[in-house]
Design a protein around this ligand. Structure first.
Ligand SMILES: *Cc1c(COP(=O)(O)O)cnc(C)c1O
Length: 472
């Protein structure tokens, strides 16, 4: 394809996208295909001769689309949302047409300076104080890895990168049992070792880490000759929205001189609404905070904002600066590749700029407030419905429940069957998790185009199929 042909196909793609979204409610949310079905429909060998775009497009529609799960479906209530507001999709279209590598200031000054500006917009939007500096990472997992590497280097007096980890005491990092698996993996990759990630017991309705237990674990580690390096707190854990008491964690961190990272990958978007900020009160004292506009806020994946109280620590950990990457003659410019693990960088700031401008913070707040209200209403309705119990109360728009009718022996199996039945039905999509050992069903409202009626349909589907499951 050349760019003249692209004119035609680009327009068709725009029409296709609008039609696809207009018809989403008619599609089953989760792909209804058997494992291997798509693979076996694809030719074993690559084509030697060029194929017509029309043939490729037909196969895309007929072979690929039936195997897609529709994350933009208004009745996607599984996992966390991965919203892609149309305006952010449009921005990505421009970004891929330009296809610049935005690793250094000079490799696209506008990309760097827009990134600086929109990160600061986001900082203000979520109420982080002046003085935090932001960078866009590809994912929260990467931001957390950056934070863990910084913890490591800072604790080792910046010697780990050069000297390795063998001649040092054991580094220790602390978190609750509710944190995302991206924390485990950051610890693995940083060479710290999973045995040195100390999980502090949680307590209370927010399933927050117990600050006294945290303090005691650090003291025990120091007594054993280990080297405490940092604390990872979470706001809005993946399973049930667990949220640490950030202020209490910071009290410990400040006394102990530890670097702190707050994982608010999902819940951070809700902080554009001032009334939810009590959930992460104390965050202004953290060293590093991550939140994903590519989840709830509507920025097309990938777009993670990572805020740092002092970016120097991160840059000192990651900057390498070989001669060919130096930006000669432009002192004082920011080279964001020194703030992240990959060198190459996509122009991710554009979609955030488009998104915030096209919706305004008020528009985005309305969406988030609606989701929170609708999820809470649904929790109340289910709680009042015979046979249902709310296991964890709504944290923003996320709660867990289970169906526990009298007479069912194996409740875990019964609820797993119910989730399977719901997802095979296709009208809504839910996932399960374990809370204190029990299998429970998760519900979160967060799709960009969801309406109150979509959430009502969730109630109808859940209660209807629970009846069927109980009889089966
Ligand atoms: C989704 C999520 C992550 C991982 O986010 P990625 O951007 O996919 O790496 C980490 N932590 C929490 C709490 C999450 O919800």
């Amino acid at each position: 394809m050349n760019w003249e042909e692209f004119r035609h196909w680009g327009r068709r793609a725009a029409d296709w996208a609008a039609d696809y979204h207009a018809g989403l409610r008619k599609r089953p949310v989760r792909a209804q295909v058997a494992p291997g079905a798509i693979l076996s429909a694809l030719p074993d060998a690559p084509p030697e001769a060029a194929e017509a775009m029309q043939a490729i497009f037909d196969d895309f529609e007929q072979t690929i689309m039936p195997g897609m799960t529709h994350w933009q479906h208004p009745r996607f209530f599984a996992y966390f949302p991965a919203n892609a507001a149309p305006v952010s999709v449009l921005a990505e279209y421009f970004v891929s047409a330009i296809a610049a590598q935005c690793m250094l200031w000079q490799t696209s000054p506008a990309a760097t300076e827009l990134e600086t500006r929109v990160c600061d917009w986001m900082r203000q939007a979520v109420g982080l104080p002046d003085g935090f500096t932001g960078v866009i990472q590809d994912s929260a997992s990467s931001a957390t890895l950056c934070a863990v590497l910084t913890m490591r280097e800072r604790a080792l007096d910046w010697q780990g990168n050069k000297a390795g980890l063998s001649d040092h005491p054991r580094l220790r990092i602390y978190c609750s049992a509710e944190v995302h698996t991206s924390i485990d993996r950051a610890i693995w990759i940083a060479g710290i070792g999973e045995g040195n990630l100390i999980r502090i017991p949680t307590h209370g309705p927010h399933r927050a880490m117990d600050p006294e237990a945290l303090q005691a674990a650090i003291a025990a580690d120091r007594a054993a000759g280990h080297l405490p390096a940092g604390i990872i707190a979470c706001t809005g854990g993946t399973s049930a929205g667990a949220s640490d008491d950030i202020g209490a964690v910071m009290d410990v961190a400040e006394v102990e001189g530890l670097y702190t990272h707050v994982d608010a990958a999902w819940a951070g978007s809700a902080m554009i609404c001032p009334e939810f900020r009590t959930l992460w009160a104390g965050v202004e004292r953290a060293d590093s905070v991550v939140l994903n506009p590519h989840k709830w806020l509507g920025a097309q994946f990938d777009c993670t904002t990572h805020f740092l109280r002092d970016p120097e620590d991160l840059v000192r950990t990651l900057a390498i600066q070989p001669e060919y990457l130096k930006t000669h003659g432009a002192d004082g410019v920011v080279n964001y590749s020194e703030w992240s693990v990959p060198l190459g960088r996509r122009f991710r700031a554009l979609k955030l700029w488009f998104l915030i401008r096209a919706h305004g913070l008020e528009g985005l707040r309305d969406m988030i407030r609606n989701h929170v209200t609708w999820a809470q209403d649904l929790a109340v309705r289910l709680d009042k419905t015979n046979g249902f119990e709310i296991v964890t109360a709504p944290m923003l728009s996320l709660f867990t429940f289970r169906h526990a009718p009298a007479g069912v022996q194996d409740l875990d199996q019964h609820n797993q069957d119910l989730v399977n039945r719901i997802n095979a039905d296709g009208r809504i999509y839910l996932t399960q998790t374990r809370i204190d050992g029990a299998l429970v069903i998760r519900f979160q409202a967060g799709a960009f185009t969801a309406t109150a009626e979509d959430v009502d349909m969730a109630y109808d589907v859940i209660t209807e199929l629970a009846e069927v499951s109980a009889k089966a």
